[in-house]
Design a protein around this ligand. Structure first.
Ligand code: SAH
Length: 470
């Protein structure tokens, strides 16, 4: 984050505006709208400034800037057409520890002004941190069309009852539920029609009838293999509604960003090899949080029911009598292969695809190597890189050609995805130091990657210098 976002309450607070021309006018307008007491300094005033000064809406702080003018103000805006003067103002503000905005000069801004949508009291601000203001404005327009015109009125009406609701419902989670339900009810449509009395009636009814939730629920959510764009709508909704989220090491940072900000987030997984939070402990947490009436999301990499121990967790929930839902996710075997340009089946090369765990018991009968070694099928092996040598040896020994194409896809679908290809006899060396998580794919379909590779095909990593983004 390049800037800390905040909404400043400037009502009746002093602001120094250096400049008296057209650019300064725009700044003055916004400051006046926010209720600020504007002190302006300029050698020359535009006609509008003259009016403002005459009407007493803006205070005349003289015709030359001096640093003592900063003593009593909260913010400074340098909006002259004299770059040297703007710099002088900025430097003086820095020395005095006051926030300063120099118009059109991101390097000389300790605060910037976002593009905003104002549906008082609802405000939406969007900023590019100075990098691309036009882009921020374009998105403001798009967001603008999504927000109903009456949203400000709905918020204002709700605001009048905040204290009443707080008095009746002591628990924060309860209050959140109450408001969520209210905003999804007729309350909002009554406000949209301008019938505030009907809206208030709905509010009072719902407050009277509000039942505290005795028991929560658990949603097992498949987060997919990494790219946040592969989340389902149901996954996103559950993540946004959660009180508590228990997540695995495999869940990408990009996806965790989409969890409701105020939800409690608990990391219950470490990478394989490092010690893991015991499965029993996870089960216990799920049950306990749900019993406290919380909405619990169990966020798992890929799909919860594919090598994810999701079934075991559900069995515990059934035992404890806790309601649950499952949101399937894109499993690594579908996501990482697609992003590597490797189809699982193809009319000419494979009619079957098998998903296999590499956590094999070293017991040949158990693995049915004869079946696995058949041609014209694709093997997708999860958690298998450590066993690569054993797997390749057994498959070849049971008849799969040593030159069968193979791929190891690491960190599939993520920005740093890497793919190594070779033949079955090379699998151990391909897998040896592959970054994790990694998936092994064995079968003729791997050849198609030469033709079908699309993701990061000509990848040169973007050079991102956050320091220069002002
Ligand atoms: N439930 C998960 C699988 C969990 S098992 C799913 O449906 O995808 C963990 C294994 O999944 C890892 O060892 C690795 O083999 C595979 N895996 C998970 N995410 C991956 C990714 N982004 N790229 C490659 N393999 C991945």
């Amino acid at each position: 984050m390049s800037h800390y976002p905040l909404f400043a309450n400037l009502n009746q607070r002093a602001v120094l505006l250096v400049g008296g021309g057209h650019v300064a006018e725009r700044k003055a307008e916004a400051l006046l709208k926010a209720g600020a007491i504007v002190y302006a300094v300029s050698g020359q005033w535009s006609a509008r400034f003259k009016n403002w000064l005459d009407e007493g809406l803006i205070q005349n702080a003289g015709n030359t800037f001096a640093s003592h003018l900063l003593d009593t103000v909260f913010l400074v805006v340098a909006a002259t057409d004299d770059a040297t003067l703007n710099t002088e103002v900025f430097q003086a503000a820095e020395a005095a520890g006051k926030f300063c905005n120099s118009v059109d000069n991101p390097a000389q801004c300790s605060f910037i002004v976002p593009a905003i949508i104002d549906r008082h009291p609802i405000q939406v601000a969007i900023s590019s941190g100075g990098a691309a203001p036009v882009l921020a404005r374009l998105w403001r327009q798009k967001i603008e069309t999504l927000l109903p015109q009456h949203i400000g009125k709905t918020a204002a009406l709700a605001g009048r009852f905040r204290a009443v609701v707080k008095q009746k419902l002591h628990n924060l989670t309860e209050r959140r539920r109450f408001w969520e339900r209210l905003f999804a009810s007729d309350f909002d449509s009554h406000v949209a029609r301008g019938d505030h009395r009907a809206a208030e009636t709905v509010l009072h009814q719902q407050l009277q009838q509000h039942q505290p939730l005795k028991q929560g629920e658990v949603t097992l959510v498949g987060a997919g293999p990494g790219d946040a764009g592969l989340l389902t709508l149901n996954a996103l909704q559950a993540m946004q509604a959660a009180d508590v989220v228990l997540y695995d090491a495999l869940v990408s940072a990009e996806i965790l960003e989409l969890v409701r900000r105020d939800a409690e987030k608990i990391n219950v997984g470490k990478r394989a090899g490092a010690h893991q939070t015991q499965q029993e402990e996870i089960n216990r947490l799920l049950v306990n949080y749900a019993r406290q009436g919380k909405r619990v999301v169990r966020l798992k990499g890929g799909d919860p029911f594919v090598f994810g121990r999701g079934a075991e967790e559900c069995q515990e929930l059934v035992k404890a009598g806790i309601p649950f839902r499952i949101v399937p996710g894109v499993t690594a075997g579908l996501g990482a292969t697609a992003y590597a340009g490797i189809p699982l089946t193809h009319r000419d090369y494979a009619q079957t695809a098998l998903f296999i765990t590499g956590h094999l018991r070293l017991d040949a009968d158990d693995m049915q190597w004869h079946t696995l070694a058949r041609g014209h099928q694709t093997l997708v092996i999860y958690m298998g890189t450590i066993k690569a040598e054993y797997i390749s040896k057994e498959l070849i020994a049971h008849g799969r050609a040593a030159n069968t194409p193979v791929a190891v896809v690491s960190q599939g679908t993520m920005a740093n995805q890497s793919v190594r290809t070779g033949q079955l006899s090379d699998l151990p060396s391909l897998a040896a130091d592959a970054p994790t998580p990694a998936l092994m794919i064995i079968g003729e379909v791997v050849k198609l990657r030469e033709e079908l590779s699309w993701f990061q095909k000509n990848n040169t990593p973007a050079i991102i210098n956050t320091k220069t983004a002002a």
